[in-house]
Design a binder for this molecule. Structure first.
Ligand code: PMP
Length: 412
């Protein structure tokens, strides 16, 4: 990646610690990522030197805070190659971004009998807002199936997306199956049928180059904390023409132009949607995270993770009794790997791995309909990032084998 892995890891002091007397192997990156010093220092610098409210002040600190906040918006714009910063709204995270689309665009456009198309592999954040919108509007929610290997069934997508479809909302990368969905092809299909394409980028933005103009998606949602940034900050990208038509979601300070006693008018994009004091430090921290990622480039980060997947997936598949969900071909699998071991409950498996210092997640991963589809109550999930090494992959494999032995023999 242009910097040694040891040097990358030195940027993340949290990684250098013992957990249960073992050196920590952090493989819960799909839930949240660790923060490099550069991000923590950007937050500290902001609070120690520049803290003031944005947009409203003429004093020096207010101008500096506004400049840094808006510079972060420009960094996000460039990161996803949006045409204008008018298209970049700061939110709390992916969940808020998707709910905003449903509350504003969805409320304004969906009518009884319209169809909304999602997939069985959606995170609850990209499912429940559409399910509830459909219920409110008497619209129909439809699901695209998966092929046998866990990839999205594009033949079924062509069946489900019709002239009645108004919204297609799909994750670019599944937070369970680790597959990359063809959102560019889906956007084309959506547009041919007069629908908008919404991309849940929570698991893709941190790991691969994403260009909204190239994808031609109408909306893109993602979270700062999954890409080395702070919690509580996220992004909603939408095409300017759509945002111009969309009504505001919240009302109050910052988003108005004029307020009269009985009516008001809204300020320009993007601030029309950002009522109240925003998460200024969060946005600046996200900007610092983008700078950090850009020193390697997203293509190099993606390659690094794919090398780890090529290395670890065959080793996992070779463990007797281990079931890996999603494609078994490493070329079709990202660094999000969900699995179960024999009939061990995934919580026991994750606890066993924690005893070996390996942090993974266990549960339904906010994807209960997918668990039902896979016919499992839950899974364990390891997820890799730019600071993970082949040694981390070896530790995961060894810890699974040790846990298997422990539960077989009652001893390690
Ligand atoms: N979508 C996907 C695919 C996710 O993985 C997640 C986070 N697990 C979300 C949406 C929600 O993100 P957040 O909790 O940051 O709002």
């Amino acid at each position: 990646m242009g910097k040694s892995l040891n040097d990358v890891r030195a940027d993340f002091p949290i990684l250098n610690q013992q957990v249960n007397d073992e050196s920590l192997v952090y493989l819960d990156n799909a839930a949240t990522t660790q923060k490099p010093k550069a991000v923590v220092e950007a937050l500290e610098h902001y609070y120690y030197h520049d803290n003031a409210n944005v947009h409203r002040g003429v004093h020096t600190l207010a101008e500096r805070a506004t400049e840094k906040f808006e510079a972060a918006r420009e960094k996000v714009r460039a990161f996803i190659n949006a045409r204008s910063t008018k298209e970049i709204l700061f939110t709390r995270g992916t969940t808020t971004s998707l709910n905003w689309i449903a509350a504003s665009y969805g409320e304004a456009t969906i009518q009884a009998g319209d169809e909304i198309v999602i997939s069985y592999m959606e995170h609850h954040s990209n499912l429940v807002p559409w399910q509830q919108l459909a219920l409110r509007k008497h619209a129909t929610l439809k699901y695209i199936k998966m092929a046998a290997d866990g990839t999205l069934d594009m033949n079924d997508a062509k069946q489900q997306i019709t002239a009645k479809t108004k919204i297609v909302a799909i994750a670019q990368v599944s937070n369970v199956l680790g597959v990359v969905n063809p959102v560019k092809a889906l956007a084309k299909l959506a547009h041919q049928n007069g629908a908008v394409m919404i991309v849940d980028g929570a698991q893709s933005l941190p790991h691969m180059p994403v260009d909204v103009q190239q994808l031609d998606c109408d909306f893109l949602a993602f979270s700062g904390h999954k890409m080395l940034g702070p919690t509580g900050i996220g992004v909603l990208y939408a095409k300017e023409a759509i945002l111009t038509e969309m009504p505001p979601i919240e009302y109050g300070g910052e988003m108005i132009d004029f307020v009269n006693l009985f009516d008001s008018s809204w300020t320009e994009l993007p601030w029309k949607f950002e009522a109240g004091t925003p998460n200024i430090a969060g946005a600046i921290g996200l900007g610092a995270a983008i700078d950090y990622l850009n020193q390697f480039g997203m293509a190099a980060i993606h390659e690094h993770e794919q090398r780890l997947v090529n290395y670890v997936l065959p080793k996992l598949l070779a463990i007797d009794g281990l079931t890996v969900y999603g494609p078994h071909d490493p070329a079709k699998h990202t660094g999000v790997i969900a699995f179960n071991l024999d009939d061990l409950h995934p919580h026991d498996l994750a606890t066993g791995l924690d005893m070996e210092g390996v942090a993974v997640r266990a549960g339904h991963h906010c994807a209960q309909p997918l668990m039902k589809y896979l016919n499992v109550p839950a899974t364990a999930r390891a997820s890799f990032y730019l600071y993970n090494t082949k040694a981390d992959a070896d530790r995961l494999v060894a810890a699974i084998i040790a846990t298997k032995e422990f539960f077989k023999n009652g001893t390690v």
